[in-house]
Structures are given as structure tokens and as C-alpha cells.
Write a protein that binds this ligand. Sequence first.
Ligand SMILES: C[S@@+](CC[C@H](N)C(=O)[O-])C[C@H]1O[C@@H](n2cnc3c(N)ncnc32)[C@H](O)[C@@H]1O
Length: 207
Amino acid sequence: MGLFKKYVNQTRKPEGFLGKMMLGGMNGGHAKLADWGMSHLDIAAPSNIAELGCGGGRNAGELLKKYPSAKVTALDYSELSVEKAKEYNKNMIAAGRCKVIQGNVAKLPFAESEFDLCTAFETVYFWPGIEKCFAEVCRVLKDGGTFLICNESDGTDETSLKFEKIIDGMKCYTAKQLESALRSAGFGEVRSVHHPKNPWITVISKK
Ligand SMILES: C[S@@+](CC[C@H](N)C(=O)[O-])C[C@H]1O[C@@H](n2cnc3c(N)ncnc32)[C@H](O)[C@@H]1O
């Protein structure tokens, strides 16, 4: 595998030296997209939030700022991502408002109906069987709880489709495909927002 391919494959599960490099740029690289996605949240004051596939942890930190009375549990299956997200949120961890744990979205280590809000930024491309994973998210959400997905690919843009070919296990979804999988997984109300200029999508669903 060439170096470029090895490097971009670190987006799926950051590991080793290249994974560290990838994580170093991820928080900043996804900030605009994540802020745009978060701006569509219409939930007033969630008390318990799960940030899934948290990467370097910046979005967990933003959720803690946006919702000052909330607690956030950030989860990722990469040991390196967990390490980085812990370091990024160390003050909030010390204050008892944030936890960062290693786990797989295919089998969430949470009880039923624990969360008011679950978020997933730039990560569902890699989830193993989105319907099954979305059903897991639905299980851990309270009735009426919100699930926000935010992707920089709308499933049709050339750049992401190029990456889909070189990143193992990556799948770029259209908003319609995500909506349909969410409904099959048990979500009721589902809506999508497309960015006016970029191929970015945010899909918001309610249990
Ligand atoms: C491209 S990064 C995005 C990180 C972060 N959400 C952001 O927007 O910067 C994808 C992250 O999802 C994580 N991930 C992928 N599949 C996962 C799974 N099945 N369970 C938990 N984490 C997963 C990866 O380890 C990686 O940290």
C-alpha cells in the first residue's frame, strides 16, 4: 500500500505514527463542517449526550460549550482517538462533565434510553452495517431523543467517491440512503439539510 493510501486509511481507525498525524489535523480540519452541522440542533437543553466516533474530541468539547448543563460521553474504537480526545477535554473530564471511552458503535456499551442526544460527525462512512448501528443508537436514546449525523460528503461528490475507492470499508451515503436506514432502524421523524455551497449534509432524526 502506498504512503498516501496508508495515510488516508487512518481516517477509518487512527493507529500508529500515521494515525497520530491524521488525528493532529482532524479537529481543525472538521471544525467548520461540525459547527455548521451543530447549528441545526433544535434541542434546548440536553442533559446527557453521546458523541460517537469522536476522533480527536473537539466536537465533544464544542457540545460541552453549547450545552453548559450537559454531560458528554465521547466514544471511539481507536485507542489513539480516545487518548487524543481525553487530552483535548481534560479540563471537562476533571470537572466531571466529560468521559471518553473506547467502544464500537456496533455494540454500544450503554444502557437503554440513557441519552437525550447522540451525534456522529464524519464517521458513519465507516460503521459496520449502518442499519444495525443506527438501531443501537436508537436503543440508547430516550423517547423523543435526537440523533444528528453530519457528513462532508452527500454521497455524490467526486472527491469523496475517489476516497471511497481507496479507503477500506468506506461508504459515502446520500441523505436519502441515511434517511431510509434511520427509519428502518426505528427512528420516527427524519429530516436532512444540504449545505448551500458544499456537498455537506446533516441528517437529524428523532426517536
Ligand atoms: C474521520 S474520523 C472523524 C472524527 C471526528 N468525529 C471528527 O469529526 O473529527 C472517524 C472516527 O470514527 C471512528 N470510528 C469509525 N468506526 C467506528 C466504530 N465502528 N465505532 C467507534 N468509532 C468508530 C474512527 O476511529 C475515527 O476516530
